[in-house]
Design a binder for this molecule. Structure first.
Ligand code: GLY
Length: 371
């Protein structure tokens, strides 16, 4: 059964459709949005091999013609060269103001294509077809689009909401285990930051999730999308509450920078470790009980995810260097680090008022567990 989460953003409102085999029904889902029966699809080589034929067939079944561009797979695609190539290709394909562009892929494709749609002819509509768990529960919803700059990740971009999101949970079957678990890092984050009941559900359903039980996955994706939609509607452009979505991210960004934004540590893995550190810090600052970080670590362990710095292979810099790397995050304001901490599981809040020595001791202790 397909479920719908509506994102009520006035003139920019849209639906996130969640269910099995949605790509195979993409034509019927998209047809109501088309002024003419022609769309442009942008994907990457890996996702294209797996799913492009399904989507083009589904479109053709509804009489919708499609053209497609396949970019290289991987984070390196998310920069100026492939962005320029995409925008120029869309212009060559004569994509007009009333047309729809489809982003078929994970977070890299969704962010890049969303940004291309934001600037093409001053803005065309786009449909997100997220094919990774991380993209389904996070990056495809909420309208953050963009590319990386040599100076840092996601530094160039725009808020541009999609016209529709099709989260096909059947495609999660083809995800490598590591990518799947990295996506689960973001799912558990939603329970930790704002929904203790969902967190309990994750504790009770870890086995079903690991077996990729379709009903369990649909519930996990829907609840995550509902929570994200709720926060985005309250604070579309991240002036306040949207920052709660960054639970674990201050630590994560430092760890990603230290490990070179690559295969050593995937973003969702860094989020999971970052969330465990954020709860440990909250307990040390007596903001939450000692039990909360243990529960966080336990559920992450049960889901087979990375939980500590000891789970990261290879060398890591010392605590002082990690703190310096945190300071390079784009969310730093006036040099002040912002953390998302918690009063309990499901009760996160943002604060810039964190003693530097508490962070340093926490990281030193976490690093010493590695030796
Ligand atoms: N991924 C965080 C946000 O969309 O705000």
């Amino acid at each position: 059964m397909t479920q719908t989460v509506h994102v009520p953003l006035d003139t920019r409102a849209y639906d996130v459709r969640i269910g099995a085999d949605l790509l195979a029904r993409a034509g019927a889902e998209i047809a109501p949005f088309l002024a003419r029966r022609r769309v442009a699809i942008v994907t990457d080589a890996h996702v294209g091999d797996l799913h492009l034929a399904t989507v083009t067939r589904a479109l053709a079944d509804e009489g919708i013609e499609s053209v497609s561009l396949t970019l290289p797979a991987g984070e390196a695609t998310k920069g100026w060269p492939q962005f320029e190539r995409t925008v120029e290709w869309l212009l060559e394909q004569k994509i007009e103001r009333r047309d729809v562009v489809i982003a078929l892929g994970g977070g890299v494709i969704g962010d890049l294509v969303g940004f291309a749609a934001a600037v093409l002819r001053r803005g065309v509509r786009f449909v997100q077809m997220p094919t990774s768990l991380l993209a389904q529960v996070d990056s495809s919803v909420g309208g953050k689009t963009g590319i990386n700059a040599p100076q840092g990740k996601n530094l160039i971009g725009a808020f541009h909401q999609p016209a529709l999101v099709l989260a096909d949970i059947s495609v999660l079957d083809t995800l490598p285990k590591r990518d799947f678990l990295a996506g689960m890092g973001e799912v558990v984050k939603y329970g930790m930051l704002g929904d203790a009941e969902f967190f309990r559900w994750l504790e009770d359903n870890a086995t079903r999730i690991l077996a990729r039980d379709p009903e369990a996955l649909a519930h996990a994706v829907r609840r995550s999308v509902e929570m994200k939609a709720d926060i985005v509607v309250r604070d579309e452009t991240e002036q306040g509450d949207r920052a709660l979505l960054n639970l674990g991210h201050t630590f994560c960004h430092a760890l990603e920078a230290a490990t070179g934004y690559g295969d050593r540590l995937l973003h969702g893995e860094g989020v999971a470790i970052g969330c465990a550190l954020a709860f440990e810090l909250s307990a040390r600052l007596a903001l939450c009980s000692q039990e909360e970080p243990s529960r966080v670590r336990q559920v992450l362990n049960e889901l087979g995810m990375k939980t500590t710095l000891a789970d990261i292979a290879g060398d890591l810099p010392d605590a002082q260097t990690l703190i310096a790397l945190m300071g390079q995050d784009k969310k730093v304001v006036d040099g002040q680090l912002t953390f998302v901490l918690a009063r309990a599981i499901g009760e996160a809040f943002t604060t810039s008022d964190v003693p530097a020595d508490a962070v340093q001791t926490l990281l030193r202790d976490a690093l010493s567990e590695r030796s």
